[in-house]
Design a binder for this molecule. Structure first.
Ligand code: FES
Ligand SMILES: [Fe+2]
Length: 445
């Protein structure tokens, strides 16, 4: 990529096309648990370089307002959250969850300003453990389409949250990069003879393959793409393949292969051009993993591995991620504790915004290449006034999108694994349309 193309892919602040593209999708602002309490502490949130304050009012309604008071721009995050509104400390103006000024203590009772004053309030939804906000055109709010872990209200959901000090796109490229799991996470995902698929223990995910050079195949879809990493299994390698399928749901969601206890999804959400919030969701309708256990497994416990409120890492670039060279000599591959922190060390080491004019992709990077070209073109399209990727028909309902992991007999087509009926119908329609176009072209010829 040229530096200009790289900027188009990565930058999200202000009028940047990629930020405008994301504004046509609902954005996760924070976890529900961060603003669970009515009249609790308001939360500062930064998304796409825009600052807001999220709070739950006395009646349990959630509001997301411009962080800065419309009076003289003091931060509402210090405000008093009480009696159904957030009151600015500076002169006492108070706003409800819809942004209406319900009190303006410093103004005369009959001031005209009182009846017209409003601050910016983002539309809000609560689903799947998250508070979602709409940052796009307020006159054109899209219907909220819950992701797969939020589609069923009774699913057991656990979330890891971690701040990344670098651009969102290099974090996302880590989520669609199956090959790195066989090196970077090899101590956490060791090969095992006696498992048929990814198997979760208390400390590791065992996998039935020791193959470090997967064959990658990609299929573009209306929502983004799905790709598989095909590995030689330890057992019956002449009859079957070990297949791990990942889905990229534009612009920032990835469903990675499940294990025998829970499904796994990630959201790589731009805070601004050079900071990203990493969310890792473990979920299942019946089995699953508890919130505390999930955070312990990932080395992402709040107050121990990540700072409360900011979710900045205790093991970070300043202290070399507390890399333990002795542990490495004794067999630990990275000497860095916790899967997400291992990833963070790699992503942040690339610089605030990775220079893609300098990297050399190999055959294991096919999904990375697809992501770059697909999203670069999608940003260009938005720049030219077209609709954002994932917002036009035909749309596959997001709740039905699933990754896949397991043994597949050699010769079987992975493109049909875990595909919903809705998507099969869309595919059939597209194939029929293509057939008609070819027929028409032939009849003209
Ligand atoms: S700055 Fe908020 S009330 Fe004055
Ligand atoms: Fe990773």
């Amino acid at each position: 990529m040229t530096p200009e193309q790289n900027d188009l892919l990565c930058r999200v602040e202000g009028a940047a096309p990629m930020g405008q593209l994301m504004r046509q999708h609902w954005m996760p602002a924070c976890m529900i648990e961060e603003v669970a309490e009515p009249d609790g502490t308001p939360l500062k949130v930064r998304l796409l370089g825009e600052d807001m304050v999220v709070f739950r009012d006395t009646n349990g309604r959630v509001g997301a307002l411009d962080e800065f008071c419309p009076h003289r721009r003091a931060s509402l995050s210090f405000g008093r959250n009480e009696e159904c509104g957030l009151r600015c400390l500076y002169h006492g103006w108070k706003f409800d969850v819809d942004g209406n000024a319900v009190d303006m203590s410093s103004e005369p009772v009959d001031a005209k300003l009182r009846s017209t004053m409003k601050t910016k309030a983002y539309p809000v939804r609560e689903a799947g453990g998250f508070i979602w906000v709409w940052m796009g055109d307020p006159g054109n709010v899209a219907e909220f389409d819950p992701p797969n872990w939020a589609a069923a209200p009774d699913d057991k959901i656990s979330i890891v949250k971690m701040h990344g000090a670098c651009n969102w796109a290099q974090v996302l490229e880590g989520s669609i990069d199956s090959a790195h799991s066989s090196s970077l996470h090899s101590s956490n995902m060791p090969a095992a003879l006696d498992v048929a698929g990814s198997t979760a223990t208390d400390t590791a995910w065992l996998r039935p393959s020791a193959d470090k050079a997967p064959r990658i195949e990609v299929e573009k879809t209306p929502f983004g793409f799905r790709y598989v990493a095909i590995r030689k299994p330890i057992v019956d390698a002449d009859k079957q393949d070990y297949v791990r399928m990942t889905l990229f749901v534009a612009p920032f969601t990835v469903h990675i292969p499940s294990n025998d206890r829970y499904h796994l999804s990630q959201m790589l959400v731009p805070i601004d051009d050079v900071n990203t919030m990493f969310y890792w969701i473990a979920w299942h309708p019946t089995k699953g993993i508890g919130q505390d256990e999930w955070r312990r497994f990932c080395g992402a416990e709040v107050g121990k591995d990540v700072e409360p409120v900011t979710f900045r890492k205790v093991r970070n670039a300043e202290n070399n991620y507390l890399q333990d060279r002795d542990a490495m000599k004794q067999g630990d591959f990275t000497g860095i504790y916790g899967i997400p922190t291992q990833d963070m060390a790699m992503w942040e080491s690339m610089g605030a915004i990775a220079d893609r004019s300098e990297d050399r992709l190999g055959s294991s990077d096919k999904a990375i290449f697809t992501f770059r070209t697909q999203m670069y073109r999608a940003a260009q399209a938005v720049q030219q006034g077209e609709a954002a990727i994932g917002t036009v028909e035909p749309r596959v309902p997001h709740g039905k999108l699933m990754s896949f992991e397991g043994m597949v007999p050699k010769g079987d087509d992975w493109r049909n694994l875990n595909v919903s009926d809705e998507e099969l119908r869309i595919r059939a329609n597209q194939a029929a349309r293509k057939g008609r176009t070819v027929e028409a072209a032939e009849s003209v010829a």
